[in-house]
Design a protein around this ligand. Sequence first.
Ligand code: HEC
Length: 132
Amino acid sequence: MKSSTPRTSALLVAALVSACGLVWHVNADEASNPIKESMKAFHKAPKGVDPVCKKAGDGKASAEELSKLVASYKTLISAKPPRGDEASWKAKTTALLAAAEGLKIGAPDAAAKYKEAVNCKACHSVHKPETK
Ligand code: HEC
């Protein structure tokens, strides 16, 4: 009987890790900024108009808006924040995505979770560059 060689799996893990590193680099050097895109598209709206995040928290976002929200939060997770550490960013964006996915499938506690996760100040105070 052939046992699977530990060396092969070690190589595989090394290959996977370097592939992830590559993706991370491409994202860090991107021309557009997925974080700003997401903020402008979903967290901000012209005066008198509710942004998508407000509608989502109130249970008033359409299925299409929620799908776009989920897609956008996925790009946030792999984006590199301009400030703050990676672990904190991952935790915050993963919570956002999970809550938005909950809203999309109509999970009963999703609105409360989303409102907590989308806390502008809690995230900006750690990850948004200081404005002078
Ligand atoms: C999970 C973290 C996070 C949450 C939650 C969050 N933001 Fe942001 N936001 C950021 C980061 C990081 C930036 C800075 C991006 C940059 O400068 O590259 C930013 C930037 C912005 C900008 C400036 C965009 C630009 O074009 O420069 C606006 C406007 C904004 N956020 C609005 C909001 C509002 C409103 C909320 C709450 C409803 C919110 N954000 C919640 C992380 C977050």
